[in-house]
Design a protein around this ligand. Structure first.
Ligand code: PMP
Length: 440
């Protein structure tokens, strides 16, 4: 019996023994095509020799130095590299160990910024429904995933939620995508005005919604309008690119496709590509300058902030992404994956939508295409598709729809950027078989 938890299934899972390229192998030798990179983590695939060498060299030279006393060369170099490629005037980096730590730090930084600025009444965060920002209390409060929040309510942070920009279900009949984007963004202004602009500190959103919606980008123009509204009311814009950042969407930073830059940006997952746990929060010069001029110190910190080995892994990953054209490859193979999904499911009576950017693609299942009605959640389709695919040697990321019937089951795909065309074929064919085996 396994004593490790959490368990996502009632039976003990197989032991993962090794990884190579796009495949994981269990102790019995069975191969699994990693169609979701875990949860959009393994952007370089498994067993990347360059990243392994960088980690080995760093752990041998310096495994740990506390940032209360010292910085380290890999952390400095990684920060420089991220800043050199980051959008807007993001120019400071705070390293953490994962996505929730990055979003949690972002919320605290936004709050401290306004306290130091002499506007302590700005304490309210606005985020979006059907979003996920992490599992620590602040990040969980910010997210709009009812299932994950329910056992812990009431949560601690004052957050209100507006609708996501979710064209498939929320764009009205006859409404243009551009008009829909403006209407969806208008919800932010309405909410700021409802709360009182002087009480709002930040708006937080994923540029491409990952786990909760299944790779849903906003329509063009939405985030431009969001940026304008934030500027108009002095509200900070926090973008959560924990899942969609680091080349996943075919851009190093997902918000590049929307033509905007945030005040605070969170990344993780693909930054360490699974070789080390690492995340980061980037903030603008203006936000940093305010804190530097005030107390001079961001009142935050974890023991493993700026961990040298994690930073060395991140540095090797980002160098590899940039030097080997892997961001462009994510865009190109993303097109190939999207085309294969359209070929397999474009006419499927129970696939309502195929969407995404780069190697971040999602499909949404519906009981009926015309009405877009979801399947009865009691059927547990997502979990059963996950199990059927796993049995056939495919790891993908199906998620159940919301119980309020606003959204159906969906499947998220986020394979490594090194995926070959033949492996895309294998992924789609195994996924199709799993879906067919399970659909009522
Ligand atoms: N934000 C987003 C958008 C995520 O997808 C996730 C993880 N799925 C997180 C935050 C939390 O990251 P972590 O699990 O590394 O704490």
């Amino acid at each position: 019996m396994s004593h490790v938890f959490p368990r996502h299934c009632r039976v003990d899972p197989p032991i993962a023994l090794r990884g190579e390229g796009c495949y994981l192998y269990d102790a019995s030798g069975k191969a699994y095509l990693d169609g979701s990179g875990g949860a959009a983590v393994s952007c370089l695939g498994h067993g990347d020799a360059d990243v392994i060498a960088a980690v080995q060299a760093q752990v041998a030279q310096l495994a740990f130095a506390h940032t209360g006393f010292l910085t380290s060369q890999p952390a400095e170099d990684l920060a420089d590299l991220l800043i050199a490629h980051a959008p807007g005037d993001l120019d400071r980096v705070y390293f953490v160990s994962g996505g929730s730590e990055a979003t949690e730090a972002a919320i605290k930084l936004a709050r401290q910024y306004f306290v130091e600025k002499g506007q302590p009444e700005r304490r309210h965060l606005i985020a979006r429904r059907q979003s996920y920002h992490g599992n620590t209390i602040g990040a969980l409060s910010a997210g709009g995933n009812a299932l994950r929040k329910r056992p812990f309510a009431p949560l601690l942070v004052e957050v209100s939620h507006i609708a996501p920009c979710y064209e498939y279900t929320l764009r009205a009949e006859g409404e243009s995508a551009a008009d829909y984007g403006l209407r969806a963004a208008q919800e932010l202004e309405d909410e700021i005005l409802r709360l009182g602009p002087q009480t709002v500190m930040a708006f937080m959103a994923e540029p491409v919604v990952g786990a909760t919606l299944g790779a849903v980008p906003a329509v063009q123009g939405y985030f431009k309008r969001i940026r304008e509204i934030c500027d108009q009311y002095g509200v900070l814009l926090i973008l959560d690119e924990v899942m969609c950042g680091m080349g996943r969407t075919g851009h190093l930073f997902a918000c590049e496709a929307d033509g905007i830059a945030p005040d605070i940006l969170c990344i993780a997952k693909g930054l360490g590509a699974g070789y080390q746990p690492i995340g980061a929060m980037l903030c603008s010069g203006e936000v940093y300058a305010c804190i530097e001029a005030g107390s001079g110190f961001f009142q935050h910190g974890h023991t493993y902030v700026g961990h040298p080995v994690a930073a060395a892994a991140g540095l090797a990953v980002v160098r590899k992404l940039l030097d080997h054209g892997l961001v462009a490859r994510s865009a190109a193979q993303g097109e190939a994956l999207a085309a294969a999904l359209r070929e397999a499911f474009g006419q499927h009576p129970h696939v309502g939508d195929i969407r995404g950017r780069g190697l971040f693609q999602g499909i949404e299942l519906v009981a009926e295409r015309e009405s877009k009605a979801p399947f009865d959640p009691a059927l547990g389709l997502a979990g059963r598709i996950k199990a059927a695919a796993f049995e056939a040697g495919l790891i993908c990321y199906p998620m159940p729809g919301t119980r309020d019937g606003r959204q159906g089951d969906h499947i998220l795909l986020a394979p490594p950027f090194i995926i070959e065309d033949a492996q895309i074929g294998e992924l789609v064919s195994k996924l199709r078989d799993a879906i067919e085996a399970v659909l009522p």
